[in-house]
Design a protein around this ligand. Structure first.
Ligand code: GAP
Length: 555
């Protein structure tokens, strides 16, 4: 099933109802761009973070060998959200980390210039209403959108309320006359919607050219201007520019500034990677699509340092592994894809970059970025060397010409970097969207088919009734399963409501297995085990429960 058929409203409702995601500060009306995780969401995200940590840092690539057959070595760091401001000067964030914004002088609304048409199509009430008014045209010979009588009627009625600053509303006759000139000039080429939108926003065509209207009020937008994305604060008692600090917009720079420390204090040798996970902050202009674009979010980034001659091989290696990894945590369908950047999309220092993308219900049929894998060359280490005065190069004793005694002369170089940079909130959201399944043939149709490694609840134990010795047996089984699997997620014990309702609750939480203790358990030491995905039930010996669960979880 593609996510295109899934409803984001249903998914968000389930996330709230079952305690995956809450709006931050909800009792005060929420705060735009900030989300909190409830008990199930917090554990789900922890499982995703742990999986990343295990497969990227502790046992990189699950033991797979690098492009030259070498063992892949990685170590972690944990770095501060607030760094010296010069870090952001060196990284280029202070000068360049900004989105092009357009402001509406009429209503004060801001729109990201590079997402203008998308924002208009998705969120403009007046445009939706106008399109409904003129499509389809009642006269088949006329192209849709060119029925001036209906547009005039709209301008004088709904338009006044929905788009008071739109040229078509303020001065309909003039605007429509420009549109008529355009159509009469090229009668065989009916204008596209984007062109019509520009015409209805334009009064002074000769003086101004075609204009672009505000998605909210229809007013003419100002020219794009940069809007800085970094949150600012102060460190120290005086709140002056001298004390200004920034909340990090990425975890990566914390790694680069410790490259030399890690080399000097551990036994790592290039090639090796440094991983860092944690919160990052971006004052996104238009946070939206649930947790997809938030102002506070979590990243999991690896900077992999290698010899320049080997960087292309490592880039391909990490790109392929990261795609495979996302598949392994539950994104196995064709909703996941890899997209190599075109040459004109690349940063000036990058020779190759790709995005790993997921087709979310709100992006479908398009895809949204989960992770970027970038070949960053020696840009970051060089920048920090220039700005700090500390040389961030590497002396490789295993390179250079072979000396008469058989050792190598050594080679000094600035390592090149491959950066797989993942977003854990986007990852968790993709996993939730992929897992969400409706099966109308089941009594309770909503099921979260999480991969067992990521599922926040690993198992549930139910006494069929809360008497006749069943709770005691269930308690013992629960204690056994908890001792073995409780570090990886919840092991639930539930005796409330009918057994059907308890199963349905666990299906919505994505619990892979439920064990039910009933009257027969007391006689023959067996339990019913029910599979979340098929709803099938089988009877197994209670003493086999832990092994059964281990197999189901792949643990
Ligand atoms: N160091 C490189 C870097 O930060 P990025 O593409 O800007 O690259 C990496 O960010 C990942 O962080 C993205 O692929 C995305 O998953 C996540 N991310 C970025 N901005 C985000 C936002 N506003 N909300 C949620 N996740 C975000």
């Amino acid at each position: 099933m593609t996510t295109a058929k899934k409803s984001m409203d249903d998914i968000m409702a389930l996330c709230k109802r079952r305690g995956f995601v809450y709006q931050a500060s909800e009792i005060y009306g929420g705060i735009n761009g900030f989300w909190d995780y409830g008990p199930l969401g917090a554990q789900l995200k922890k499982n995703l973070r742990d999986a990343w940590w295990e497969d990227m840092v502790m046992n990189p690539c699950r033991g797979r060998r690098g492009p030259g057959g070498e063992r892949v070595r990685c170590v972690p760091v944990e770095t501060c959200i607030i760094q010296h401001p010069k870090v952001w000067e060196a990284s280029g964030h202070l000068a360049g980390f900004a989105d092009p914004m357009r402001k509406c002088p009429g209503c004060g609304h801001f729109v990201r210039a590079d997402q203008y048409w998308e924002t208009l199509a998705q969120g403009s009430e007046w445009l939706r209403s106008l399109v409904q008014e003129f499509e389809p045209s009642p006269e088949p010979t006329k192209s849709p959108g060119l029925d001036s009588a209906r547009m005039l009627k709209w301008a004088k009625s709904k338009g006044k309320r929905l788009a008071p600053n739109l040229a078509l509303v303020r001065n309909p006759e003039v605007t429509l006359s420009w549109l008529a000139t355009r159509v009469n000039g090229q009668p065989d080429v009916p204008p596209e919607l984007e062109e019509i939108v520009r015409y209805v926003a334009t009064e002074q065509l000769h003086a101004t050219g075609l204009q672009e209207p505000c998605p909210r009020c229809g007013g003419v937008l100002d020219a794009p201007a940069p809007f800085k994305l970094m949150f600012e604060s102060w460190a120290g008692v005086t709140q002056s520019d001298d004390n200004k600090v920034y909340l990090r917009p990425e975890t990566a720079q914390g790694i680069f500034v410790h490259f030399k420390n890690v080399v000097d204090t551990t036994r790592v040798k290039v090639p090796f990677g440094i991983g860092n996970t944690g919160r990052s902050f971006r004052n996104e202009i238009t946070p939206r699509n649930f947790t997809f674009r938030s102002r506070e979010f979590e990243q999991a980034e690896l900077e992999f340092f290698c010899h320049p001659d080997e960087a292309a091989g490592w880039y391909a290696f990490w790109r392929d592994f990261r795609l495979e990894w996302w598949r392994s945590v539950g994104l196995g369908s064709d909703n996941l894809r890899l997209r190599e950047h075109e040459k004109d999309e690349l940063s000036h220092y990058s020779t190759a970059t790709c995005d790993i993308e997921y087709r979310f219900p709100f992006t479908a049929p398009d895809f949204g970025e989960l992770e970027g894998v970038a070949h960053r060359g020696c840009y970051d280490l060089t920048q920090h060397t220039e700005h700090s005065g500390v040389k961030l190069d590497y002396f490789d004793t295993e390179r250079g010409e072979t000396l008469p005694n058989g050792s190598r002369k050594g080679e000094r170089y600035v390592p090149h970097v491959i950066e797989p940079a993942a977003g854990l909130d986007r990852g968790a959201l993709a996993i939730v969207c992929e897992a969400y399944t409706r099966d109308e043939s089941r009594p309770s149709p909503e099921i979260m088919r999480f991969h067992p490694r990521i599922a926040p609840i690993k198992a549930a134990v139910f006494p069929l009734v809360n008497k006749d010795g069943m709770p005691e047996v269930a308690e013992r089984l629960h204690a056994e399963l908890f001792a073995r699997f409780g570090r990886a997620g919840f092991v639930e014990m539930d005796a409330k409501q009918s057994i059907g309702k308890r199963y349905a609750r666990m299906d919505e939480a994505g619990c892979p297995c439920c064990f039910t203790v009933d009257g027969d358990t007391l006689k023959d030491q067996t339990v019913t085990v029910r599979d979340r995905d098929t709803g099938a039930q089988e009877r197994i010996g209670i003493d086999r429960s832990a092994e059964y669960l281990a197999e189901r979880l792949g643990a």
